[in-house]
Design a protein around this ligand. Sequence first.
Ligand SMILES: NC(=O)c1ccc[n+]([C@@H]2O[C@H](COP(=O)([O-])OP(=O)(O)OC[C@H]3O[C@@H](n4cnc5c(N)ncnc54)[C@H](OP(=O)(O)O)[C@@H]3O)[C@@H](O)[C@H]2O)c1
Length: 289
Amino acid sequence: MEGATSSLPSQSARVAVVTGGNKGIGLEVCRQLAADGITVVLTARDETRGVEAAEKLRGMDLSTVVFHQLEVTDSSSVNNAAVGGMEYAQGVDTNEEQFVGMDARQRLEWMRKQGRETYDTAKNGVQTNYYGAKHVIQGLLPLLLSSSEGKIVNVSSALGLLRFVGNEDLRKELDDIDNLTEERLDEVLDSFLKDFEAGELEAHGWSMGSAAYKVAKVAMNAYTRILARKHPALRVNCAHPGYVKTDLTINSGFLTPDEGGRNVVTVALLPDGGPTGAFFDEGKEASFV
Ligand SMILES: NC(=O)c1ccc[n+]([C@@H]2O[C@H](COP(=O)([O-])OP(=O)(O)OC[C@H]3O[C@@H](n4cnc5c(N)ncnc54)[C@H](OP(=O)(O)O)[C@@H]3O)[C@@H](O)[C@H]2O)c1
């Protein structure tokens, strides 16, 4: 690896690891962090897509971007539609005009009609959005704790707010952050999947429509708060990027990836000693409820 050491960051350099960095919001987050002088480890599960994305950024004079292959679930069984927890028909074409006059609820409704949720997509959605993120965090935790400015930004969603948990007792339990544990989160996700398989989601108060996506993001929010409590030296926060035009939304969003990425980067670049265990909605601190 001759020559590689010269491109290694110095001890004091700021380094960011971005998952899903090959496209959409993740790619924009990489671009904006690199433009801020940060060494960016752009990760992607697919080597070709990741290398191409990193080369594209380096071609924009952002020489601090390096690529590393990273499949967050570490499981080859997880399919491509995992992030949204749904299976979309191939090749849905969209154009700006078709969404004019539609509010967010109508656009989300349109989006849901393009796909279907099955037990497998639900399981994959939970694996990717919750366990995948957790897996990466666990792996990087020792490094983060050894840094004087360790920060974690979990890209969450407004669909992960506690208002989407219909069962009042569970909602309160998930908001009781001083007593909530990771083991309890595992139990909650297990019972969600059992209810999904048994066709009893509605009967047990789970929010319908992108059900797995919502519950995985609810769990991610709760895990963020648990981590922040456990590791006060770190800044651990959640960022909702806004409703963004990406493959995940079949381009039905209101914001560009640039704007959505900015809402995540704002949280990543909060000054040292800033908030931890917080939820940010489009760059502004907001409630988890
Ligand atoms: N778009 C929105 O309106 C919106 C709103 C709220 C929250 N978010 C969140 O923002 C994040 C990015 O979403 P996006 O809209 O930018 O979606 P996107 O354009 O579909 O990008 C998703 C990224 O995740 C990667 N990915 C999927 N499964 C993976 C796995 N198992 N391991 C590693 N990488 C994996 C994809 O890689 P491949 O290219 O290999 O598939 C891709 O790079 C997600 O967490 C999403 O929940 C988005």
